[in-house]
Write a protein that binds this ligand. Structure first.
Ligand SMILES: Cc1cc2nc3c(=O)[nH]c(=O)nc-3n(C[C@H](O)[C@H](O)[C@H](O)COP(=O)(O)OP(=O)(O)OC[C@H]3O[C@@H](n4cnc5c(N)ncnc54)[C@H](O)[C@@H]3O)c2cc1C
Length: 308
């Protein structure tokens, strides 16, 4: 770690560098301890320099998108966090190929597509986070997965070499992508969009947004659905939790939303430990009642050992 600090101080950095950066400022739960080193590279060259410095120091960086699916330990993140927020270019060709940097906010991409008269990204409007995070997670909204419109992804592989993944030739499943078992940085994604009527696209976006609002998506800091759905369980995870009367259950400042049993919110003073305990307690109750093993969708980052 000291090595990396020395290297970073020597690099003539244009990006944003902070030591002991509170992750609560970078997660939609608004919780999480400090990242030892936080760096937002300004461009690909700087990112490559940073990745090789991390490799020399024997560190595997954590790549941060919009922090909309993260529960970061109150103990923080040891090592380096790389924020890709500056990879934020969007271009759309006249025949509907959208090229988006990993740091592009999903809403901005959907709005740019609307401006050009294209649909495809409208289903994802209202979902917090970045294009990189949506690709890594294979985000799914209103019956559509991001892989349904994905053409290719540019990424840096473990050796820091630029690669292109053809989405059709690789396995993208429900909330599962090849990136989840790779150590890579997603840089850019290309999507195939379809031309459509601007009024209809715009109406679809507004309706999705209103529906999310009605379901309580924005009523408090959260990471959206806590658990993945599993068809084998016969009901969505929210309905399973609901059937046990768990809405409104609290642990410290963490609460199961009154409006949606699969959304856990920070009521104001929650710690990640509170949220973690509520997740584990809910998982246990569901297991005891039905024998179902709910799988968290939220990514738990950092050290949660010995929290009971
Ligand atoms: C109110 C609300 C509603 C939500 N609704 C939905 C929904 O309808 N459907 C849905 O699928 N999700 C939903 N979510 C969850 C979240 O929005 C998605 O999972 C989103 O895709 C996360 O993107 P992110 O950029 O915030 O990723 P982050 O949370 O920052 O990261 C998630 C994972 O992706 C990795 N990652 C991110 N960017 C990169 C990159 N450039 N290169 C390599 N790895 C990367 C991270 O390391 C991490 O492992 C919701 C969340 C909230 C708060």
């Amino acid at each position: 770690m000291d090595n990396l600090r020395k290297i970073l101080k020597k690099i003539n950095t244009k990006g944003e560098l902070h030591f002991n950066e509170p992750m609560s400022s970078h997660t939609t739960y608004k919780t999480g301890g400090p990242a030892e080193i936080y760096y937002a590279p300004s461009d690909r060259d700087e990112l490559k320099l940073l990745m090789s410095a991390a490799e020399q120091a024997g560190l595997r960086p954590f790549i941060l998108g919009g922090g909309a699916n993260l529960l970061v330990s109150d103990r923080g993140i040891k090592g380096l966090v790389i924020d890709v927020k500056n990879f934020n270019s969007i271009s759309i060709t006249p025949d509907g190929i959208a090229s988006c940097g990993a740091g592009v906010i999903v809403d901005r991409a959907a709005e740019a597509a609307l401006d050009s008269g294209f649909c495809g990204l409208d289903s994802f409007y209202g979902m917090p986070g970045t294009i990189g995070g949506a690709v890594w997670m294979n985000a799914r909204c209103y019956g559509r997965s991001i892989s349904d419109i994905l053409i290719s992804v540019d990424y840096l592989d473990e050796a820091c070499i630029l690669q292109r993944m053809d989405a059709q030739q690789n396995k993208f499943e429900y909330k599962k992508t090849p990136f989840q078992t790779m150590n890579t940085v997603i840089l850019n994604a290309e999507f195939r969009l379809e031309s459509g009527d601007k009024d209809l696209i715009s109406r679809n976006m507004s309706e999705n947004h209103a529906d999310r609002k009605k379901k309580g998506h924005y009523s408090g800091p959260s990471a959206g659905s806590v658990f993945k759905n599993n068809r084998a369980f016969g009901k969505p995870s929210g309905a399973i939790i609901d059937s046990l009367g768990q809405r409104g259950t609290t642990v410290g400042g963490a609460k199961i939303s009154d409006e949606h049993a699969n959304i856990f919110i920070n009521t104001g003073n929650a710690t990640s430990t509170d949220i973690y305990r509520l997740i584990m307690q809910t998982k246990k109750r569901v297991k005891e009642a039905y024998g179902f093993e709910l799988e968290p969708e939220v990514q738990m980052i950092g050290d949660f050992t010995d929290i009971i």
